[in-house]
Design a binder for this molecule. Structure first.
Ligand SMILES: [Zn+2]
Length: 177
């Protein structure tokens, strides 16, 4: 088993400010960022949410954006996918969005995955496990990727080798100890 040093940082504003200093982010193997309720983020409109995600995508220390399909923070998905493809960042397909959180994500997720498949964008598959027994639960997420014929090579955590390759391209080296 490989345990990475990682974080799901909160995006706090439309400038993509994160709730951890760069010094901390730079010490991690993988940095995910996303919008969450009750974090102080004030954006309400599609324009503001999109600006927040685009800024986070451009943040040099961010590797992937978590659950960009969350209906609580609607975005211009085409713009988000385009930016992620341009910056070589991954967008997450979050398994728990289809089971017990963020209800209504599924349609947005299907659209996101279709756009990513068309544009050869990158996906990160997450179980978003809040308890240990849910770790590695990817069933629904994998189903959606299969429907869209997403190439395994586009999934950054398809294998440890694939992840190492992605991180190397991001100028990071996986420290397997
Ligand atoms: Zn989250």
């Amino acid at each position: 088993m490989v345990i990475l040093r990682s974080v799901e940082a909160n995006i706090l504003d439309t400038e993509g400010t994160l709730d951890l200093p760069d010094k901390v982010l730079a010490a991690l193997d993988v940095v995910h960022a996303g919008l969450h309720p009750y974090t102080g983020y004030q954006g309400e409109s599609v324009e503001e949410n999109t600006a927040a995600l685009l800024s986070a995508v451009r943040h040099p220390l961010v590797d992937s954006i978590v659950h960009p399909d969350n209906p609580a923070f609607p975005v211009d998905m085409e713009a988000v996918v385009e930016a992620a493809v341009r910056e070589g960042k991954a967008l997450e397909v979050n398994n728990s969005s289809f089971t017990y959180t963020r209800s209504g994500s599924e349609e947005n997720c299907r659209r996101m995955v279709r756009l990513l498949a068309e544009r050869k964008g990158l996906v990160a598959v997450g179980s978003d496990a809040h308890v240990a027994s849910f770790a590695g639960e990817f069933g629904e997420a994998i189903e959606i990727l299969r429907e869209t014929d997403m190439a395994p090579s586009s999934v950054i955590n398809y294998s440890i080798e694939r992840l190492e390759e992605f991180l190397a391209r991001r100028g990071k080296q996986l420290r397997l100890e």
